[in-house]
Design a protein around this ligand. Structure first.
Ligand code: CMP
Length: 157
């Protein structure tokens, strides 16, 4: 059964600097996803280390930390049916060279190191990453769209 999921998305500093915040948000809105939380912030040392803990020790780790702290990011929590996988389709492959045409990374990025956007790769990582950037009281997860109500009413899923 297709479940509603929450996922974590961040427009990285290059995306913010290049004026792509609206472009990125509009792609998720058009899909019908709900934005449960969103903020512009400067990533702290602690947040950067927590976010990229799995990459610690890899050759590109120092560049990753420097990049994510090189300017403000826009962090958001997105919710929808199959949202983790669906958002990653919209975002495209990590390496923009392999990203499908029409995805955010294919359209706006050239190299893996500066790939404009981050999206969680599983429900578990999503919940972990969400809580690096948001407290529970910043996430408005109590409202439903008419479409969600209809889908539930029809027991479509
Ligand atoms: P992101 O989706 O934010 O998750 C981890 C990031 O590490 C990834 O985007 C890339 O920017 C970066 N990354 C992953 N693998 C490599 C790699 N092999 N070389 C350089 N950067 C990488």
């Amino acid at each position: 059964m297709l479940a509603e999921e929450r996922t974590f998305v961040a427009v990285k500093p290059d995306g913010v600097e290049r004026g792509l915040i609206g472009e990125v948000i509009s792609r998720f809105e058009r899909k019908g996803f709900k934005i449960l939380a969103m903020k512009l912030l400067q990533v702290s040392d602690k947040q950067a280390e927590a976010h990229y803990a799995e990459h610690k020790g890899k050759p590109f780790y120092p560049r990753l930390i420097k990049y994510i702290q090189s300017g403000p990011i826009v962090a958001m929590v997105i919710k929808g049916y199959g949202a983790v996988e669906s958002v990653r389709h919209i975002v495209g492959a990590t390496n923009p060279l392999n990203a499908d045409v029409g995805t955010i990374r294919a359209d706006f990025a050239q190299v893996m190191e500066y790939n404009v956007i981050h999206a969680s790769d599983s429900v578990e990582s999503a919940e972990r990453e969400i809580h690096i950037y948001f407290n529970d009281d910043e996430i408005l997860d109590t409202w439903k769209t008419k479409t969600e109500e209809l889908i539930e009413e029809d027991e479509l899923l």
